[in-house]
Design a protein around this ligand. Sequence first.
Ligand code: ATP
Ligand code: MG
Length: 411
Amino acid sequence: MAKVKNIQSLRGMKDIMNEDSELFTYFCENAARIAKNYGFTYFETPILEETSLFKRSVGESSDIVNKEMYQFTDKGENDVCLRPEGTAGVVRSFVQNKLDRAGGTQRWFYHGPMFRYERPQKGRLRQFHQFGCEVFGQKSVYEDANIIMLIKDILDFCKIPFVLELNSLGCTSCMPAYKETLVQHLSNFRSELCEDCDKRINANPMRVLDCKNEKCQSLLGDSPKITHNLCAACESDFDKLKEILDFNKIDYTINTILVRGLDYYSQTAFEFISNDIGAQSTIAAGGRYDKLVEYLGGRETPGIGFAMGIERLLELIVKEDTKEESLYLGAMDENSLNILTSLASSKRKTIKTSLEYTSRNFNKHFKLAQKQNASMIALIGEEELKNNTIYTKNMITGEEKTISLEDFLIE
Ligand code: ATP
Ligand code: MG
């Protein structure tokens, strides 16, 4: 047969394996555990959604919708798209399932793959994973603080140092006036801004503040600040949030150009930044989206949420060094293998257990058990088989004993 070229993964799409997969599952399990302690429950939505969902929620002026979507027509002629982020799907489901009529505070978390057709580089993939939380029905600024404390707990558990940046984007009563002031200011040097910003001035002028272009950033220095233009209610909420964070000794810096890339945010916006992973340094980001449920056809419902980029965290996580208990089972007589399959099945209800399928001598089993880092070894040879017993050795304390199979099962 002619040699064929091996198939490679697509650009910007990565296999998660070996140490990374250990860290990946460690992160997801612990982030989920911490979120559950905060009252969140797991929520899963489809990876494929109607394209219009993201156009309407993330917004047509966003880079995500404009440039980054994996959009195609499916066999039923539907305009569909691989989800670029998690919030839109959760809100779609919230409205579809009439949870906006259920009342109360609803707290959900998710984790899974997201897709954005971006230029791949360190910390920027085309398929990446997010862990995120969404809260519906809670307007209190204490919830904003709660969300920030949850993220801090997750990062602290993973021993990841961070800087928290905070801003308030205002609400429907103060944001429009601020946008006008900003547009007026930007019009003084509109011709010097990049092409994207020129479009943003009409579509969503606050996005100009978020432009990654260095020239644009250098021109924005003395732009009017949203935090100086908040209405009384937004200002009071923002002050209260800072007070709660101060009380809990959570450091933050105010970043008045932090506007986030998506269209649906209002009031609190925040980012958690790591100084240890290079240019793509935002590890978690989120904020309030009190208008999003209405945008998607639901009843007026306040919302707040965040997403963390799991791949960016992988090189930062420091795993707890707890030695996992594990059992190595082996046959020194081929006839004991059937019994060992049943012992393995029983033991696996409580402990990680491996079973070697080939009968070997004592020393060979020992070497294999050591290689696997097993904490306990248990072997059945000719003698044990005759007596219905099993030889065991605790690999940590060195204690050896031969015991009956019944005793072994309840040990
Ligand atoms: P950035 O400014 O880095 O493009 P963003 O504003 O597009 O970020 P969000 O949509 O807020 O990012 O997503 C939340 C988090 O998801 C980011 O802070 C980041 O950690 C992660 N993330 C976003 N895009 C990617 C990507 N292409 N590859 C890996 N992680 C990503
Ligand atoms: Mg982006």
